[in-house]
Design a protein around this ligand. Structure first.
Ligand SMILES: Cc1ncc(COP(=O)(O)O)c(C=O)c1O
Length: 374
């Protein structure tokens, strides 16, 4: 009999681990009669903002909208440039275009594959209005350097925390360093809903108020638009599920970190790079991404694992500027590290419910690959 497939992430296992609590929370919303915004959403907004140490949370429909609305809320749009990375989910760049602004793409640092502040600085023009730092894979970007850069050039700093719930930089949780921080609760994220969901955090009360208007047609009171807005509401079913899971997030993060360190030790001495954790940071291992010496080795290892029902992922096989929708029309810096990363990264299964036996299966398969491909 073939082995049961192991996936990079397993949101169903996350549900089953908390089934009774989640089912009860869903049931309470169904019984409440409130299916849009309301008390449950407000309670989750407060709880999530408090967990990150930020004053205000505004629940929105997904992580892409969170970036889009954060930009709009800061007054960024047509004629403005926003610097971010190309080695990210396409959503980061798509959201900049949704706001009507122009994305400008910088290379990443070789060690952590997050935004290189020097590369970002080299791309600043009089039209630049903001930098979006993506805490990729769960590892914080160099936030002190970036915030200082933004302050020097009078730019907004937005943290894209979609992959980094709870990660720390110099002991402080990400989300509290920028003018605004955006989160996705896509089901596979470290804090995952059972559908689409997202949030913007900000310490700025006026921006928070604007975001509350923008997410619902610009209404200050029902049927009265004081700003042109959108419909991007977090629904209470997702908020109720997320509230349950938030209480378990710290334990889940500890488990992710433990599993990551088991991989680190098991792979020491093999011809691959394990993820780096900068001394100033606490990585939350949204993804456990190894790097191989070249594309052929990466692809051969991926096939080797798939043949053993281990479904490794690639985040991301093409940088944004290499994809058909964006190719040739983005201003970029030198993309050497980004393009090398796209060719050599491989994400191995890692989620809090991954059993030691299943992790051992992954480790054995990776080791046996190198025995056969010395
Ligand atoms: C780095 C990053 N930014 C933004 C997003 C967009 O989030 P969503 O899928 O909730 O729109 C994602 C998730 O896909 C992401 O990984």
């Amino acid at each position: 009999m073939p082995d049961r497939s192991l996936l990079v992430a397993d949101p169903r296992a996350g549900y089953l681990a908390l089934k009774a609590e989640i089912d009860a929370a869903i049931h309470r919303v169904l019984e409440s009669g409130t299916y849009i915004l309301g008390d449950v959403v407000e309670r989750f907004e407060r709880a999530f903002a408090a967990h990150a140490g930020v004053a205000h949370g505004i629940g929105v429909h997904n992580g892409t909208d969170a970036i889009h609305l954060a930009l709009r809320g800061l007054g960024i749009g047509a004629g403005h440039e926003v610097i971010t990375v190309s080695h990210t989910a396409v959503a980061t760049v798509a959201a900049v275009e949704m706001a009507g602004a122009t994305p400008v793409l910088a290379d990443v640092e070789a060690a952590t594959l997050t935004l290189d502040p020097q590369m970002a600085e080299a791309l600043i023009t009089p039209r630049t209005k903001a930098i979006i730092a993506v805490h990729l894979y769960g590892h914080p970007t160099k936030l002190d350097g970036l915030r200082a850069l933004c302050d020097r050039h009078d730019l907004y700093l937005i943290e894209d925390c979609a992959q980094a719930h709870s990660a720390r930089y110099h002991g402080r949780r990400v989300g509290s360093f920028g003018h605004a921080a955006t989160f996705s609760f896509y089901p596979t994220k470290n804090l995952g809903a059972m559908g689409d969901a997202g949030m913007v955090l900000t310490g700025d009360a006026e921006l928070a108020q604007r975001l509350r208007l923008l997410r619902q047609y610009g209404w200050d009171v029902p049927q009265h638009s004081v700003l042109p807005g959108w419909n991007s509401r977090l629904d209470p079913l997702q908020a109720a599920i997320l509230e349950v899971k938030l209480a378990h997030l710290d334990a889940a993060t500890t488990q992710r970190r433990r599993l990551a360190h088991v991989y680190d030790e098991a792979f020491a001495g093999l011809p691959l790079k394990t993820p780096v954790e900068d001394a100033a940071c606490e990585h939350v291992y949204h993804l456990y991404v190894i790097r191989l010496k070249d594309r052929d080795t990466r692809d051969a290892l991926r096939t080797w694992l798939a043949d053993r029902s281990i479904m490794a992922g690639i985040h991301y096989p093409q940088a944004v500027h290499q994809q058909p929708a964006y190719q040739g029309r983005m201003r970029t810096g030198n993309m050497a590290v980004t393009e090398q990363a796209a060719a050599t990264v491989l994400s191995l299964p890692l989620y809090p419910e991954l059993t030691d036996a299943d992790q051992a299966r992954v480790i054995d398969a990776v080791r046996s690959f190198f025995q056969h491909h010395p």
